[in-house]
Ligand binder design. Sequence first.
Ligand code: FES
Length: 188
Amino acid sequence: MFRILLFVPSPNAGSNVPLKWPVIKIANLSSLDPTKPLRFNYPLVETPCALLKLGQRADNGVGPDSDIVAFSNICQHLGCFYSVLPTGTSPPCNQSFTSSTPQGYCCCHGGQYDFAHAAKVIGGPPPRPVPQVTLRYDSSTGDIYAIGMGAPTIFGHGPPGTSDAASVLQNDLTGGTVVTDATVFSTS
Ligand code: FES
């Protein structure tokens, strides 16, 4: 089943509280399986993302092999949730397609994203990559944290394709409930 997400004005619009990205622990290196992407919500409860250990070096990848990345799971075309395909797998809507690289595949209109290259669009109608989650890897524990989102804005959050950092922060934290987690990585 696919969902279309619509922009909703923030209930906190007009607040004087400075906005900042939440910092949450997502996983530990020891628990990652290259064949099983891990989904989590970030930076809002309503905005799903996917964490992947690609098994190959990736743009902005973290971890011992620089192969751990995460992206918004909401397609930049019209807001469907896309499938996450490890190499050699097929999306549920198209068994004749087999991925030759770790990628996203949107069953709504065939949009495809290359996860090793910052979600570059490699097929279908999406006008731009899905935003990448900024990750931090703690080499002493193996823990992996989400600490921010890159441009563009998550689909449905502000004008499509907004890319300057302040606007991305403002819009991505608008229209839902910011995630919280008791296990917080110190950024100081
Ligand atoms: S909504 Fe994803 S390709 Fe159209």
